[in-house]
Design a protein around this ligand. Structure first.
Ligand SMILES: [Zn+2]
Length: 135
């Protein structure tokens, strides 16, 4: 058993090191707090900025998904009701998958472009243009 652990250790040390300079994409940790009957996300703008999306767009998605009303206040967001931060984190991952990541190359260097009633994700990395459903 000891040998196995050693082997595993050796195998691990041979793996190439994770590149910290790479384009690994992370959503900032949600800092939320429940006050009375509402929930505040303190770093809402920071998150929207990291996703490179309009805070209003993200807000609309979250309020729809949580079936509640939300409002923006400077860098914060307020939601009616009590929600846990992991609810927000789960929804933000869905948002990122649907509205930030390029469906073709899976990179986050994208923009949402609206034309008439349609929205597209336009990717700066691979040039793909993919239709996206409205929020
Ligand atoms: Zn792409």
């Amino acid at each position: 058993m000891k040998d196995y652990a050693k082997l595993l250790e050796r195998a691990k040390s041979r793996l190439p090191e994770e590149k910290t300079t790479g384009k690994r994409f992370e959503i900032p940790r949600v800092r939320s707090r429940v006050i009375g009957m509402k929930t505040i996300i303190h770093n809402f703008k920071e998150i929207a900025d990291a996703l490179n999306r309009e805070p209003r767009h993200l807000m609309k998605f979250l309020s729809n998904e949580m079936a509640t009303a939300g409002s923006l206040e400077e860098t914060r967001a307020n939601f009616q009701g009590r929600f846990r931060f992991d609810t927000f984190e789960r929804l933000m991952r869905i948002y990122t998958d649907n509205f930030v990541m390029c469906p073709v190359c899976r990179r986050p260097d994208t923009q949402i472009v609206r034309e008439k009633r349609l929205s597209f994700i336009v990717c700066a990395a691979c040039g793909a243009r993919s239709s996206v459903k409205p929020v």
